[in-house]
Design a protein around this ligand. Structure first.
Ligand code: ATP
Ligand code: MG
Length: 568
């Protein structure tokens, strides 16, 4: 109890979101015996995306903040779509974000209890077996302004309901031939009260319970009760569950038989979903992209999944920072992908190791530099944190530079290499461009320059100012690499709001592969580093496709937000 109180006091210094306010009020009032217990309840039917990260930060974060507990509960009530692969991936992603659950539970742990509860409701005349088709049931639902119609099976004798319910689970009746419905109120203004389905038949092996069950509870008949069985105090979820809340409360009332005190029960609280521009968040759509080969897997760096962002080089800290920035409210919003990128950029600026890479190489020959001479120069690993030290880069006569750092006929304000112009080669010398060599088609294949031996970086008197600084690599001291550049996955801001097939809205240029790049040799020595900056280009990370022969890098994000300017 003391921890709780201490935490309440310190947290008051920062302004609270509405969920924190509710939790504090409840804790101060001693509700639920002063206990705080939350859960994160994913359905293991796909990989977690950044929307889930928002829920995770809330569920785990608030428990951590107020000395409570948070459990991981797999909402595994539909064996048709669920798989153990997803279970493992979900655990990995939660830990990657920096959270740890107290216990792992499964909705399937409660299949027997839920079954017994359903049997009890049938015995009390509060549930019945409906043998209509799903179309017939839907047609009788009515609309929010017109009442529905009662099913012709609504008044079946209790004994018959019981017998059929057992048959639903024994495999004696076909999938889709009958369902168990709660006998509530077909005229209720809340559509969820119009005799909601409690159980349906699914003839598919369950990844945990095997073939024991054929009748599976619906989400609404499993979720609230699972919260109650576990002792969840605050059941935090997203806004689309607001209309489900009365049913959530109803089943818990039935379960308790009106016995418990009002405050000793889970309370559902809803916040706004995270929606991100230029992507989709629905697991159904993400699965379609993976299955149809429209992306290279769940962890494709263009996907909004946590494993995709991890592979792209986003840090968990920057994702948590972004979620902090957007906050928790009661209003739906569309969050700007550029804001996520800004959070990533800010974090990586502080921690990325600075190296050189040439993505589109062209030769630069320093004509007055001695043949065969090699100088070892010092490069700072991270100017934002000098404790990270330095590494050696080699300088020689034969270099690589970016092709677009040379222009034969340049406009006035071109401060890179053009005949007669001087630039500094980063960490090395000032060089003056003297010309170029072209192939038979007139393409520039080699650029020439002369260096000033007295201009070496760090030398006394070397601070002569030139307008441009270029990155470069020594041809004999670099290694080949493949570099993958990414753009928005979709070409429209809000693909979910558009008519038609979402696949037609994919950005055809979201992946660009550069196969003939060069990077510093140093990159073969620091392969355990996650966050890199290719100077003047952007932030990058090693891809898992890297081999001893060829390193592969993913572009995480550019140094600046140039995207808005180009595309708007
Ligand atoms: P589906 O796309 O299949 O409908 P889902 O997004 O609802 O799935 P679940 O696995 O059921 O996925 O979600 C687990 C938890 O994550 C739920 O509490 C849900 O409210 C939350 N969640 C899912 N998507 C978002 C989102 N975009 N923003 C915030 N929370 C989310
Ligand atoms: Mg769901």
């Amino acid at each position: 109890m003391t921890t709780t109180n201490q935490n309440v006091e310190t947290s008051e210094k920062k302004s609270l979101n509405f969920v924190q306010e509710i939790v504090e009020t409840d804790l101060k009032a001693g509700k639920n015996g002063g206990k705080l217990q939350t859960r994160f309840p994913p359905e293991p039917n796909g990989y977690l995306h950044i929307g889930h990260a928002k829920a995770i930060c809330m569920d785990f974060g608030i428990a951590e903040q107020y000395g409570g507990t948070c459990n991981l509960r797999f909402d595994d009530t539909n064996p048709e779509k669920e798989d153990n692969e997803y279970v493992e991936a979900i655990k990995e992603d939660i830990q990657w974000l920096g959270f740890q659950w107290n216990n792992i539970y499964h909705a399937s742990d409660y299949f027997q209890q839920l079954w017994d509860f359903a049997v009890e409701l049938i015995k009390q005349g509060k549930a019945y077996i409906d043998e209509q088709t799903s179309e017939q049931i839907a047609a009788q639902k009515g609309s929010p302004t017109t009442p529905g119609e009662n099913s012709p099976y609504r008044d079946r004798p209790i004994e018959e309901n019981l017998e059929l319910f057992y048959k639903m689970n024994s495999g004696e009746v076909e999938e889709g031939s009958m369902v168990l419905r709660a006998k509530l109120d077909m005229a209720n203004p809340n559509m969820h009260f119009r005799d909601p389905i409690m159980y349906r038949i699914i003839n598919k092996e369950h990844h945990r319970t095997g073939n024991k069950w054929k009748a599976y509870p619906m989400y609404d008949f499993a979720h609230g009760q699972s919260d109650y069985f576990e002792g969840v105090t605050h059941s935090i979820c997203t806004l689309e569950f607001v209309p489900h809340r009365p049913l959530y409360d109803h089943y818990i009332d039935e379960l308790k038989g009106g016995q418990d005190l009002e405050d000793n029960r889970p309370r559902q609280i809803e916040f706004n979903r995270l929606n991100l521009t230029y992507t989709v968040m629905s697991k159904r759509k993400l699965l379609a992209l993976v299955k149809e080969g429209l992306v290279r897997g769940w962890d494709d760096p263009r996907m909004p999944t946590l494993c995709g962002y991890r592979r792209r080089g986003y840090s968990p800290e920057s994702i948590r920072r972004f979620i902090d920035m957007i906050g928790y409210t009661k209003y739906e919003a569309l969050n700007d992908f550029a804001m996520l990128e800004a959070a990533v950029r800010e974090d990586l600026n502080a921690r990325a190791t600075r190296v050189s890479a040439v993505l589109n190489p062209i030769k630069l020959t320093v004509t007055n530099y001695p043949d065969g001479q090699v100088e070892e120069l010092t490069a700072v690993n991270n100017p934002e944190n000098l404790d990270e030290g330095t590494h050696i880069i080699e300088f020689s006569k034969n270099l690589w530079i970016e092709a677009d750092d040379f222009m034969e006929d340049a406009p006035k304000k071109y401060f890179r290499l053009t005949p007669g112009n001087e630039v500094r080669l980063k960490n090395a010398y000032i060089v003056k461009c003297t010309g170029c060599r072209k192939d038979e088609n007139g393409n520039v294949v080699e650029v020439f320059c002369e260096y000033d031996p007295n201009s070496k970086s760090g030398m006394p008197g070397s601070d002569r100012r030139v307008k441009g600084t270029l990155h470069w690599l020594s041809q004999d001291h670099c290694v080949p690499a493949e570099v993958r550049l990414y753009d928005r996955l979709f070409s429209v801001e809000n693909p979910s709001a558009e008519e038609g097939d979402f696949r037609d809205l994919l950005n055809p240029d979201s992946l660009k592969v550069l196969e003939n790049c060069y990077v510093e040799k140093y990159l073969t020595e620091i392969v355990d580093k996650k966050y890199l900056q290719f100077q003047r280009i952007g932030y990058f990370t090693y891809d898992k496709d890297s081999t001893n022969e060829k390193l592969v890098f993913n572009k995480t994000v550019g140094l600046k937000d140039t995207w808005q300017k180009i595309n708007k």
